[in-house]
Design a protein around this ligand. Structure first.
Ligand SMILES: Nc1ncnc2c1ncn2[C@@H]1O[C@H](COP(=O)(O)OP(=O)(O)OP(=O)(O)O)[C@@H](O)[C@H]1O
Ligand SMILES: [Mg+2]
Length: 321
């Protein structure tokens, strides 16, 4: 699929498939095109070219069937503060055309699943952020969809609620729901997703399982050295000329990717730097992390490039509701 807004290409000739039953992550910095891609999958936006099939159905030609197949949660929690938990879910049931006969059982089930049964008659406005989020998630799932799309499901949640949300997502997936989620957290993508696509400037620049992506960074380990700024240049030269590595330096921190799994090479580097009597604050070796993947692919750390882009989310929310 490709999506252009005027001359600007937000999603650029992207093609992928998601296996049923999996958790698929879309990871990328601000403005990468993640939300636009979700809008295309949901049929909120029409692609400039290309098409999307959901469970074999063209999402534009079979709009209403596809709507029944997908549950969707925007980044901002949308619950009505004046209404009780029960009433919020009643509205959800109407939205998804659940018959009155079935609605009651579905709502009771949703309340139990979100551990909100004892609060069902309390206004949602009195709930904590985590409770509202749980209510919103089960509201998105009332019609028992096969696919659940989550746009940044845990942004703004504290650690406790984030872990709770992960557990809930895994449970839903365990019940056979295919999950697509966008995230700005590398550790979330790694923790939850069977497959991850890294997006930048409208393109998918890499996909694979978390371990496949990490192997793309280097076949071996990453050596990380922290020193002072003056010594950093000297160490860079040693690594380049004597060890034939291509290290990267940022201020007082150096990272070098090893081409093979080599503890012996690390030991030689360590010995060499000690011999030079260079001031080492720390030197360590680790397997590539998702952050290393992101730096290698885009040249910048995801954390540096992530920020809030509220207008985008407002746009998608307005169109959906
Ligand atoms: N309706 C629109 N009109 C014009 N430009 C748009 C429109 N929607 C999105 N864009 C642009 O397309 C690009 C991709 O936006 P999108 O919201 O998909 O990014 P994102 O990856 O979700 O970013 P974020 O992490 O900030 O949510 C951005 O540069 C955005 O400004
Ligand atoms: Mg977005």
């Amino acid at each position: 699929m490709t999506k252009k807004f005027g001359d600007f290409t937000a999603v650029n000739n992207v093609s992928f498939s998601i296996e049923a039953g999996k958790i698929y992550g879309i990871l990328g910095p601000n403005g990468a095109g993640k939300t636009t891609m979700i809008s295309l999958i949901l049929g909120i936006e029409k692609p400039t070219s290309g098409r999307i099939l959901v469970d074999g159905l063209d999402n534009i030609k079979h709009k209403s069937e596809v709507k029944q197949l997908i549950g969707f949660m925007t980044q901002e929690t949308i619950v009505d503060s004046d209404l009780t938990a029960y009433e919020n879910l009643e509205i959800g049931a109407k939205l998804y055309h659940i018959s009155q006969g079935e609605a009651k059982a579905a709502i009771e089930r949703a309340l139990e699943e979100s551990e909100l049964t004892e609060f069902k008659d309390k206004p949602a406005g009195t709930f904590s952020g985590g409770m509202k989020r749980r209510l919103y998630l089960v509201k998105s799932m009332l019609h028992d969809p096969k696919v659940l799309i989550l746009d940044e499901p845990t942004t703004g949640l504290d650690v406790h609620n984030r872990v709770g949300m992960w557990k809930h997502i895994r449970e839903l997936n365990g019940n056979g729901v295919t999950i697509i989620l966008t995230t700005q957290y590398l550790e979330e993508a790694e923790e939850l997703c069977n497959e991850i696509s890294v997006m930048d400037h409208g393109k998918i620049i890499a996909s694979g399982t978390p371990s496949e992506l990490k192997r793309m960074v280097s076949k071996g380990q990453v050596v990380e050295i922290i020193t002072n700024k003056e010594s950093a240049q000297k160490i860079m030269r040693v690594l380049q000329h004597e060890f034939k590595l291509s290290p990267m330096v940022k201020d007082d921190k150096i990272e070098a990717y090893l081409e093979s799994n080599s503890v012996a090479l690390f030991a030689r580097i360590l010995g060499r730097l000690i011999k030079e009597k260079l001031p080492l604050v720390s030197i360590s070796m680790h397997l590539p992390t998702m952050d290393d993947v992101f730096i290698k692919l885009t040249g910048s750390s995801l954390r540096d490039s992530v920020g809030e882009n509220k207008s985008d989310r407002d746009r998608i929310m307005l169109q959906r509701h």
